[in-house]
Design a protein around this ligand. Structure first.
Ligand code: UDP
Length: 314
């Protein structure tokens, strides 16, 4: 039985990770300042002897008594709308927060895993993106606050590995979706689902020809655990293949919800990546691969959104 600290434990992916560790019999400390996370996401574990919640901004340091076996740093705004709204907290949690989380791992002799992102590749010039590609990022554009924070976080993680010899992992997470995404966090899938289920027009940015590849959250979490257990210090992409255009995604959401919503085109995001799909060679060599087809994952996510929207109306 291990004791694991998850920063951002009340967030979307963080809360699914909490669940996965508890299910394997580990003890979990979730640390979150609830800027974009929600206590509701971990409510079912409150009172469990294996679960502890600490409301705290990780930039202020994480001080815990007792042993810690692994620190997973997932705290950060992650939707473009969120990080454009909170640019300085995004930069701080990627820089100061990563430093604090690494400091905790070092003090406890724990393994460290940083939640990095496909955004480190920026608007990529190579396709699909493999971990050896260094990326194409605009440091001074609006998205730079997230992209550069995560790039810095990767550099800091490698420095702690090289200087202090701590065991580190870097996982570059591609677009992930599923239950517990915020209804209106601004990302394509939650936005489209909320719009479709309430009869609002579906807002496609630009002409919708930009692409993404969507991974179901259970698969992403299994990938993260595989990287933690089996990878070395080099970055590993975790995501799904199956690149689709955002316009196709909007149509799939309309079909999956049986909605009568129409599609409307609104201005494109600045520096929006044109194409994105992970090269999964490294992750597959560790024995992991995504399993959930988009249609199946979408069905479960639609059910969650229906319920959450109904709860909101009550
Ligand atoms: N997008 C869109 N309409 C929305 C929200 C997002 O067309 O209401 C587009 C966005 O411009 C991007 C893609 O969908 O091209 C994926 O955006 P998301 O915010 O989900 O994640 P990203 O991959 O950009 O971080």
């Amino acid at each position: 039985m291990a004791r694991v600290v998850i920063t951002g434990g009340a967030g979307f992916i963080g809360s699914h990770l909490v669940e996965a560790f508890l299910a394997r019999g580990d003890r979990v400390v979730a640390v979150d300042n609830l800027l974009t996370g929600s206590r509701q996401n971990v409510a079912r574990h409150e009172g469990s002897p294996n679960f502890e919640f600490v409301q705290r901004d990780v930039c202020q340091g994480i001080f815990l008594s007792g042993p810690v076996d692994a620190v997973l740093h997932f705290a950060s705004p992650a939707s473009p709308r969120d990080y454009l709204e909170h640019p300085i907290p995004t930069l701080k949690v990627g820089a100061l927060g990563t430093h604090a989380a690494l400091g905790l791992a070092r003090a406890k002799g724990a393994k460290f895993l940083i939640a990095s992102t496909s955004e480190v590749y920026g608007d990529p010039e190579v396709h699909p993106q493999s971990e050896t590609y260094w990326g194409h990022v605009n440091p001074v554009g609006p998205r730079g606050v997230y992209d550069e924070a995560k790039r810095y976080a990767e550099a800091m993680t490698m420095a702690y590995h090289r200087v202090h010899g701590i065991e580190t992992r870097i996982v570059r997470i591609f677009n992930t979706y599923g239950p517990r995404m915020r209804l209106r966090d601004g990302r394509a899938l939650p936005e489209f689902l909320s719009q479709a289920l309430t009869g609002l027009p579906i807002t496609v940015h630009g002409d919708g020809s930009q692409t993404r590849s969507f991974c179901y959250v259970e698969d992403t979490v299994a990938g993260i655990l595989t990287v933690l257990d089996k990878a070395g210090p080099d970055p590993v992409n975790v995501g799904a293949p199956g690149e689709i255009t955002i316009l196709e995604l909007a149509k799939k959401v309309i079909a999956a919800t049986g909605s009568r919503s129409t599609i409307t085109h609104v201005p494109a995001m600045v520096d929006d990546p044109r194409r994105r799909e992970p090269d999964l060679t490294r992750a597959r060599a560790l024995g992991w691969g995504p399993r959930t087809p988009l249609a199946a994952g979408l069905e479960r996510t639609v059910a969650y959104f229906r319920e959450a929207l109904a709860a909101e109306r009550r």
